[in-house]
Design a protein around this ligand. Structure first.
Ligand SMILES: NC(=O)c1ccc[n+]([C@@H]2O[C@H](COP(=O)([O-])OP(=O)(O)OC[C@H]3O[C@@H](n4cnc5c(N)ncnc54)[C@H](O)[C@@H]3O)[C@@H](O)[C@H]2O)c1
Length: 376
């Protein structure tokens, strides 16, 4: 059992990973500024992990929820703030053994109009986090990297050794952090760092209680498609019908977010069990599916019809992006287990039960509550 700090643990991938970690016996401390995450997600993680009841009525039990004492803590804080990070590292007596760093900004288009914000949160935020890790004697880190690093390559499937050639500020920040973490790992003995390059994480926990809840217009295909299915958007625009693929639409490697969450658990196990190292792994299914295949699978699995229109290509997109995931299997015995149908069923279970995401049932712990549980 390890006490794990999850930056961005109130977001999409962080909340699912927090649940997977709690279910395998770890303790979890979440630090999130809620800029794109929601306290309600963490409350539901507690509920799914059997730690409840949580809520306003049980506010004073927030830090003590769950069997065996404090298994889950939530700190509202910014990774760029040394004070907020110190609070998170000190919660419930300290002893953070590893950090999973999800906090960051991830919208490619927005990164082109607000590059400084992306460099600040993604890069400066990681510098501040590493400084805090040094202060608190923690040298184990799993970083959320991205297949966006590979740019518009023609290589299929893409191995970890492929050249890194990002093409937008979001991708540059991920490349910069990977470079920085490589330098840090080489600078002193003892660092255990995993760079996990995700392909296209989608779907939701099968309970339908937690899922992806982007602010505003979704950037990615799957949450957009779910919102069209739920009637929140009128139609799905498919960018490009003339790619050199089977049906002319782009091909991507979709992986179920619970497979991804379990991949983080495996990466943590490997880092903690093996000598210090820098581990770089693709996390993907190794299977490519076109946009239209995904649309059809969603329709068939859920018995509905999705209005869509094929429109022009988007700049910066590529025809095919599929992982070579064999290293992840070799190094940590991980591969995806869930199918495209599982992804479509679980994604729709979340969307249909939460048409407005967490906003339909938001939970706002007060400043006092969050303050009250900073120290046990
Ligand atoms: N979802 C994807 O398709 C995908 C693909 C590859 C990589 N990634 C990376 O994985 C990570 C998690 O992605 P996600 O899809 O869960 O995104 P998300 O936006 O749902 O989660 C990120 C979380 O970080 C929080 N956050 C943002 N800035 C913060 C700050 N300064 N301090 C504290 N918290 C902050 C947000 O409130 C949010 O809860 C990101 O780093 C992203 O770049 C995501």
């Amino acid at each position: 059992m390890t006490k794990v700090l999850l930056t961005g643990g109130a977001g999409f991938i962080g909340s699912h990973t927090g649940l997977a970690l709690l279910q395998t016996g770890h303790q979890v401390v979440v630090v999130d500024d809620f800029s794109n995450g929601n306290a309600e997600a963490v409350r539901r993680v507690a509920e799914l992990a059997g730690l409840g009841p949580w809520g306003q009525a049980a506010a004073d039990h927030w830090a003590e929820a769950g069997p065996g004492g404090s298994r889950l803590h939530l700190i509202q804080g910014d990774v760029r703030s040394p004070q907020d990070l110190d609070r998170a590292f000190a919660v419930s007596g300290g002893g953070i053994g590893a950090v999973l760093h999800f906090a960051g900004l991830k919208a490619v288009g927005e990164s082109m109009t607000q590059p400084l914000r992306y460099w600040d949160v993604n890069v400066t935020g990681t510098v501040r986090l590493l400084e805090a890790m040094v202060r608190h004697g923690c040298q184990t880190l799993v970083f959320s990297s991205s297949a966006t690093l590979y740019g518009t390559t023609d290589t299929v499937p893409i191995p970890e050794t492929a050249p890194l050639q990002p093409i937008n500020p979001y991708g540059y920040t991920k490349a910069a952090v990977e470079r920085m973490l490589t330098d840090v790992a080489a600078s002193a003995p003892g660092w255990r760092i995993a760079l996990l390059r995700y392909f296209n994480p989608v779907g939701a926990h099968p309970s339908g209680r937690i899922g992806e809840d982007p602010n505003g217009l979704p950037n990615n295909l799957f949450p957009f498609l779910c919102q069209v299915a739920g009637g929140r958007r009128q139609r799905l625009d498919v960018f490009g019908g003339d790619w050199p693929t089977g049906d002319g639409t782009g091909v991507r490697d979709y992986l179920h977010v619970m497979d991804l969450a379990e991949g983080h658990g495996r990466a943590l196990d490997v880092l903690l069990a093996e000598p210090p190292q820098l581990l770089t792994l693709n996390l993907g299914s190794g299977q490519g599916h076109s946009v239209l295949e995904l649309v059809r699978a969603f329709e068939t699995t859920n018995g509905l019809t999705l209005p869509y229109a094929v429109v022009g290509r988007r700049p910066g997109d590529s025809a095919v992006s599929v992982a070579d995931p064999r290293q992840a299997e070799r190094r940590m015995g991980w591969r995806t287990r869930r199918s495209l149908a599982d992804i479509c069923r679980d994604g729709w279970a979340w969307q249909s039960a939460n048409p407005q995401g967490y906003r339909s049932n938001e939970w706002h712990p007060t400043g006092e509550l969050i303050g009250a549980q900073q120290v046990s």
